[in-house]
Design a protein around this ligand. Structure first.
Ligand SMILES: Cc1ncc(COP(=O)(O)O)c(CN[C@H](C(=O)O)[C@H](C)O)c1O
Length: 338
């Protein structure tokens, strides 16, 4: 059965054209630095984001973990949002494996961290406290784009305190396409950026961690320590190169479909949805009454998948078509009329 799978943009599958491109990728042993396709992808990532170097990593979770462990020594602290992926959905790996103290602050509705909350969370230089070293942001966060002006304000704050700034840019290119800002401009305020190739960009595997040469050299050693050293992974890196060439501009299609889905659902009685929050490929909604579990079961029977507990999340991506959007709106209409 073909599902209309709106659970996440992590479910994207390589297109036939991407597979063909992967088939002929040149490969080598990446632990020796000899995989020409991985080397090309890392160069491309560094150039695109305006940084010195980049590292191809098997997942966004590992990419963020390497960033945290490369910026922070054992016992140092990182300030991040209480609803951020690093804090909530990466098994607190940077605390468990990197001994990084996670200093969470509330996230604003728009995905930002209030500057005053971050300032207040910076530990005093006193042996009773951790030494705060890093601040982490996420862009997009739950599909929302952080304003460039805000990123620059946060840069000024971290500079004021001699801290570093990391971006979990799992969906950075969604932010680029939605904002019209060049990717290098969004990356500029950050010391390091993690970018997922395996979400909306449609590669089967992988992320790029981008930063200074010394930072990436340390991250590369830590990746090996964590067992992330790869061999002939140029086959996967080629998918990343293909995605950067062919799948960035088309993210606008995902955003358009998410908007159309949100407008269709918002018009239905019994759906609680904030259209203003639909800025890229994610639609969040609640039922005015009734159980989400019942809705999810009803939809699954009709070959429609999405996720969430309480607040439901529907994510458009490469494999979601205009007809799929119509079908989902019709299924919601049927559910609500029952
Ligand atoms: C902002 C952000 N940063 C990092 C990651 C981790 O990427 P992977 O480790 O899955 O490659 C994700 C994955 N997010 C996944 C999803 O959205 O379905 C799940 C929740 O892990 C993410 O959303």
């Amino acid at each position: 059965m073909r599902y209309i799978d709106l659970r996440s943009d992590t479910v994207t599958r390589p297109t036939e054209a991407m597979r063909q491109s992967m088939l002929h990728a040149e490969v080598g042993d990446d632990v020796y630095g000899e995989d020409p396709t991985i080397n090309a992808l890392e160069r491309r990532g560094a150039e695109l984001l305006g940084k010195e170097a980049a590292l191809f990593v098997p997942s966004g979770t590992m990419s963020n973990l390497l960033a945290m462990m490369s910026h922070c020594q054992r016992g140092e602290g990182a300030i991040l949002g209480s609803a951020s992926h690093i804090y909530r959905y990466e098994a607190q790996g940077s605390a468990v494996l990197g001994s990084v103290a996670l200093q969470s602050v509330p996230m604003q509705a728009d995905g930002t961290l209030a500057l005053e909350d971050v300032r207040a969370a910076i530990a005093p230089d006193d042996a009773h406290f951790v030494q705060t070293r890093l601040v982490c942001l996420e862009n997009t966060h739950n599909g929302k784009v952080l304003p460039l002006s805000y990123l620059r304000e946060m840069r000024a704050l971290v500079d004021e305190h001699g801290l570093r700034l990391h971006l979990d840019g799992a969906r950075l290119f969604n932010a680029v396409v939605a904002s019209g800002e060049p990717v290098a401009a969004i990356a500029a305020p950050f010391d390091s950026v993690s970018v997922c190739l395996s979400k909306g960009l449609g590669a089967p595997v992988g992320s790029l961690l981008v930063g200074s040469s010394p930072f990436i050299a340390r991250a590369r050693r830590l990746r090996k320590m964590l067992g992330g050293g790869m061999r002939q992974a140029g086959i996967l890196a080629q998918a990343g190169l293909f995605a950067l060439d062919q799948h960035v501009a088309r993210l606008a299609d995902d955003h358009r479909r998410a908007r159309r889905l949100a407008e269709g659902l918002a018009a239905l009685p019994g759906i609680v949805l904030n259209l203003g929050e639909v800025q890229t490929n994610m639609v969040f909604l609640r039922l005015a009454k009734g159980e989400s579990a019942e809705l999810l079961a009803f939809m699954k029977e009709r070959g429609i998948l999405f996720s969430g507990y309480g607040e439901l999340r529907l994510v458009t991506h490469l494999q979601i078509t205009d007809d799929d959007i119509d079908e989902v709106i019709d299924a919601f209409t049927e559910f609500l009329n029952d």
